[in-house]
Design a protein around this ligand. Structure first.
Ligand code: 5AD
Length: 343
């Protein structure tokens, strides 16, 4: 196992069988140390902050795992106004955030003519900030307009690189091919692009995770979002077990070795699964955290899974608390755009 971990760290290309062995476990501490070392070589002990703003929980999709799926009638739906969005950025900027992430369900109300002026206002008011969008599948033309308006980055998790597994997580109306096509369009348009997947989603096999690693290696995204699957009671997967902490940490470390310069968040889902999940993520190669800047009513209703961490960065010293916890882990939250470092 140590020899396999070394091979991965040296950039040697591995067979599916070897990747499967790496995923399935062994020498966890050795893997963690290698991943941490690579992370420190490229990004030191700095942790980049992203201020997450949850624009809308309206969503036209009906993903079987997700709490804000269209079919969940129990969600109180909301959307933020442009003024509310700018107010979140204003607060975030004062707190030291230099990247804002506008995330939301696939809400038809957020047309290009609504979004582009918001993107332009943010970029002109805070020209030293990066702007990330995470608004699902849109047309190539829409991605182009938003990029032109000033968006720097786009997050679109591929969810799983295994076509059959994708089919079991999503309704027939959703297309694996379209999701992949969107990712390639984003990259081609010059976005710093992020893909990603859940660990332990229902029916996920080692073979599916091997495909995820292969896809990530080939696509070479600037960012990768990985978190455990967590059940939401009002979804068809409400009684399925959560993904494993150990396996999620293992995949973070493997992705760090696969793409040494990747921007890799210790996700909210990881922090929800375990009280020290985010710190553990950082220790396994993650270099980004994304505190929530959404107003309280938005945070309460943007429930992708049960018990989602719901403390805001701005409340009761939430951000200072996070910074203190990172410092205790040996890391430092920094005021920076935190761009991907090109080789
Ligand atoms: N558990 C964990 N992650 C989830 N997401 C959606 N629902 C869940 C869940 N039940 C993730 C998806 C999506 C991102 C915004 O949140 O991967 O892309």
């Amino acid at each position: 196992m140590k020899a396999l971990i070394d091979k991965l760290a040296e950039g040697v290309s591995l067979s599916d069988g070897e990747l499967g062995l790496l995923i399935e476990g062994g020498e966890g501490e050795y893997l963690r140390e290698r991943a941490e070392k690579v992370r420190i070589a490229h990004y030191g002990r700095e942790v980049y902050l992203r201020g997450l703003i949850e624009l809308t929980n309206y969503c036209g999709n009906n993903c079987l795992y997700c709490g804000i799926r269209a079919g969940n009638r129990r969600v109180r739906r909301y959307r933020l106004s442009p003024e509310e969005i700018l107010a979140c950025c204003e607060r975030g900027y004062r707190l030291g955030f230099r990247t804002f992430v506008l995330q939301g369900g696939e809400d038809p109300a957020f047309t290009d003519s609504v979004l582009c002026p918001i993107v332009e206002s943010i970029k002109s008011r805070w020209p030293d900030c990066a702007l990330t969008l995470s608004l699902g599948e849109r047309s190539r033309e829409s991605y182009r307009r938003l990029r032109e308006a000033g968006a720097d980055r786009y997050l679109l998790r591929h969810e799983t690189a295994d076509r059959e597994h994708y089919g079991r997580l999503h309704p027939a109306a959703m297309s694996f091919d379209n999701r992949m096509a969107c990712l390639y369009q984003l990259k081609e348009l010059g976005y710093q692009t992020g893909c990603g997947f859940m660990v332990g989603s229902p029916g996920q096999t080692t073979a599916a995770l091997v495909r995820d690693l292969r896809f990530i290696r080939e696509f070479e995204p600037e960012m990768v979002g990985i978190g455990p699957f967590l059940p939401h009671g009002e979804t068809p997967f409400g009684d399925r077990p959560a993904g494993s902490l150990t396996l999620t940490l293992r995949l973070l470390a493997l992705v760090r070795l696969l793409l040494p310069r990747v921007l890799l968040p210790a996700t909210t889902a990881l922090g929800t699964l375990h009280p020290e999940g985010r710190e553990l993520g950082i220790l396994h190669g993650a270099n980004v955290v994304m505190p929530n800047l959404s107003p309280p009513e938005a945070r309460e209703n943007y429930m992708l899974y049960d018990n989602k961490l719901n403390t805001g960065a701005e409340e009761a010293g939430g951000l200072e608390e996070l910074a203190r916890r990172l410092e205790k882990t040996g890391y430092q939250a920094v005021v920076s755009r935190g761009d991907h470092r090109k080789p």
